[in-house]
Ligand binder design. Structure first.
Ligand SMILES: NC(=O)c1ccc[n+]([C@@H]2O[C@H](COP(=O)([O-])OP(=O)(O)OC[C@H]3O[C@@H](n4cnc5c(N)ncnc54)[C@H](OP(=O)(O)O)[C@@H]3O)[C@@H](O)[C@H]2O)c1
Length: 253
């Protein structure tokens, strides 16, 4: 993918990985708009020259309104990144986790589907363009303190695979970004060994710039997760990662 001439919308671009990739796409020469809920973050990004759009991916009306506003301002939009996500801990022995499970599925999985649905007619009509969906190494190797998160990302992986096949003949590509633990605000509490955001983003832009663009963007650090089952390391790694259950508030002391 030529990163110097795209017109990109990053939904979930108001912080963390999305904001960093927005800045890097812009630095490479692309036109970039970002979406999210936080008015403060949106106004800061507007100050940096980005097009900004309020959007809540759990609300179909909000998604449709944002889609209309984006396409009015950027009729040549060719790349949509579905970055919005929540990463929440759950103790499955505590029935109160159910609300977290619902929020996680509604944001990470159904939110992705809402955004993809909103922009599919536009990209299909153009006959060219790319969806970049966002999963996680945890889609392929569970992290026991975040069960519904893992389920939501495994589902987005499966959805992306089918979406790619369904849109292929329309000239629309689907690229799945699979981050490992990356040091954003969402991760600081969970993993002190997370990959620095700068290093991650640089590797992602390098992989995205390949021609043809790989179906999955896999930085070096995530390969151990992505291929654990194939490599026969799955059971040992799940056992190792289950030690992280101690981080759940109800399991301490
Ligand atoms: N950091 C990691 O270690 C890691 C690892 C694997 C995968 N990922 C995935 O990468 C993506 C970004 O993660 P991050 O670490 O950069 O997290 P982050 O800094 O918390 O960013 C999350 C983004 O999602 C947006 N968002 C959340 N709920 C939303 C909603 N209902 N509607 C619209 N936007 C919403 C947030 O914007 P507003 O709050 O402004 O709405 C924000 O822009 C997520 O999908 C995450 O699951 C992250």
């Amino acid at each position: 993918m030529d990163l110097s001439n795209r017109t990109v919308l990053i939904v979930g671009g108001t912080s963390g990985i999305g904001r960093e990739l927005a800045r890097r796409f812009a630095a490479a020469g692309s036109t970039v708009a970002v979406g999210g809920r936080s008015p403060e973050a949106l106004s800061e990004l507007a100050g940096e020259g980005f097009g900004v759009f309020g959007i809540d991916v759990t609300d179909s009306v909000s998604v449709a309104r944002a889609r209309d506003a984006v396409l009015a301002q950027y009729p040549g939009l060719d790349t949509v990144v579905t970055m919005s996500g929540v990463m929440l801990l759950e103790d499955l022995r505590d029935s109160a986790h159910f609300e977290v499970a619902q929020t996680t599925i509604d944001t990470n999985l159904v939110g992705t589907i809402r955004v993809v649905d909103a922009f599919t007619p536009h990209l299909v009509e153009r006959g060219a363009g790319t969806f970049i969906t966002v999963t996680s190494g945890i889609a392929f190797l569970p992290f026991p303190p975040m069960p519904t998160y893992a389920a939501s990302k495994a589902a987005v992986h499966a959805y992306s695979e089918a979406l790619r096949v369904q849109l292929d003949s329309a000239g629309v590509g689907v690229v799945e970004l699979v981050p490992p633990a990356v040091a954003t605000a969402g991760q600081e509490k969970v993993n002190p060994h997370a990959l620095p955001l700068d290093d991650f983003a640089a590797e992602v832009m390098e992989l995205l710039s390949q021609d043809p663009t790989p179906d999955e963007i896999l930085v070096e650090r995530v390969l151990v997760h992505r291929w654990a089952e194939r490599d026969g390391t799955y059971d040992g790694l799940v056992a190792q990662r289950s030690q992280a259950l101690a981080m759940l508030p109800g399991r301490q002391g």
